[in-house]
Design a protein around this ligand. Structure first.
Ligand code: ZN
Length: 261
C-alpha cells in the first residue's frame, strides 16, 4: 500500500511527466470520485489547463490545475502512468489526455483509492481530520501526540489522524531501526525515546523518498527488503519473525527490538 515515500515518488513522477503540459481531454470513472465530486467538475477543472504544481500530505497527493487542486489517494496498489496509449485501460480510472498526445493516467487495480477535487489543500486536510504530515511534524509535537495516546506504538504510528503518512510497512521499518518492539505501550515509552523515534521516523521516510521508494535502493541495514519469516535480520545475527499486531502482518527482530511495557 502506498505510504508517504511512495506518494513522494508519485509526485516526482507527475512533475517529470505531465507538469505544465496542457490537458486536452479528461476522462474520469465516476466510481473513484469521492464526497459528491462529479465527473463534470473534475473535467471542467482539468481540461484546457495543466497540472502546475504538486503538494503532498501523508498518503495524499494534490496537483494544482489553475485555481483548483486534484486530489489523489492510491489505496492499496494505485499508481500513475504516462504513455502514448494508456498502459492498463481496464484499471485506469482517471485519464488526462495531454495536448502532446500522451496520457497521464491514474491506475488503481483494486479500486480502493480515490480522486477528488478541492479549492484549498489545508482545508481539505482538516476536513478529513488528518494529523500533521509525518515529515513535517516537529519533535515536540510528535512527543505530545504520542504521550496522549493509549495502546501500542505501531498502531499509534499508523493512526492517520495523529500523524499522516506511515502505514504497515514503514511502521515496521521505523520500529526496527529505533529498536522498539511494535507491541510496546506508548504510555510506557519515555520522552527521550519518543524523541529518538521522531528522528528515526523522519530519517527513514526521507531516505526512502529520496530513493523513490524503491526497495532495491534501500540501505542493507533495512528490513523492507527482508520482510519474510525466518529471513536474516539486517541488523544482527538473529532472524526476522512474523507476528500479528492489530490484525496486520508485522515483521520484527526479537533481539534488536525491546518491548517497553
Ligand atoms: Zn536483529
Amino acid at each position: 500500500m502506498p505510504e508517504l515515500p511512495d506518494v513522494h515518488a508519485f509526485a516526482d513522477y507527475l512533475e517529470s511527466t505531465a507538469l505544465h503540459k496542457p490537458i486536452a481531454h479528461t476522462h474520469v470513472d465516476e466510481a473513484v470520485l469521492k464526497h459528491g465530486t462529479t465527473v463534470q467538475a473534475v473535467a471542467g477543472a482539468a481540461t484546457g489547463n495543466a497540472m502546475e504544481e504538486t503538494r503532498t500530505h501523508g498518503k495524499l497527493l494534490f496537483a494544482r490545475v489553475e485555481k483548483k487542486w486534484l486530489v489523489f489517494h492510491f489505496g492499496m496498489t494505485g499508481h500513475f502512468g504516462y504513455a502514448r496509449t494508456p498502459q492498463d485501460p481496464e484499471h485506469t480510472h482517471a485519464d488526462f489526455e495531454l495536448e502532446n498526445g500522451f496520457h497521464f493516467s491514474y491506475i488503481a487495480p483494486r479500486k480502493l483509492g480515490f480522486v477528488d477535487l478541492t479549492d484549498d489543500v489545508d482545508a481539505y486536510v482538516n476536513e478529513k481530520k488528518l494529523g500533521e504530515d509525518a515529515l513535517r511534524v516537529s519533535a515536540d509535537r510528535f512527543v505530545e501526540l504520542m504521550q496522549n495516546r493509549r495502546g501500542g506504538v505501531k498502531s499509534a504510528l499508523m493512526d492517520q489522524s495523529l500523524i499522516a503518512g506511515v502505514g504497515n510497512v514503514y511502521a515496521d521499518e521505523i520500529l526496527l531501526q529505533a529498536g522498539i518492539h511494535p507491541k510496546s505501550q506508548v504510555k510506557s515509552i519515555d520522552k527521550d525515546t519518543l524523541r529518538t523515534l521522531h528522528g528515526v521516523t523522519q530519517r527513514v521516510l526521507k531516505e526512502a523518498a529520496d530513493r523513490q521508494a524503491d526497495p532495491s535502493q534501500f540501505p542493507t541495514s533495512w528490513l523492507i527488503p527482508h520482510r519474510q519469516e525466518g529471513a536474516a535480520c539486517p541488523k544482527c545475527t538473529g532472524k526476522v519473525q512474523r507476528i500479528e499486531v492489530n490484525g496486520r502482518g508485522t515483521f520484527v527482530c526479537h533481539i534488536c527490538q525491546n518491548k517497553i511495557s
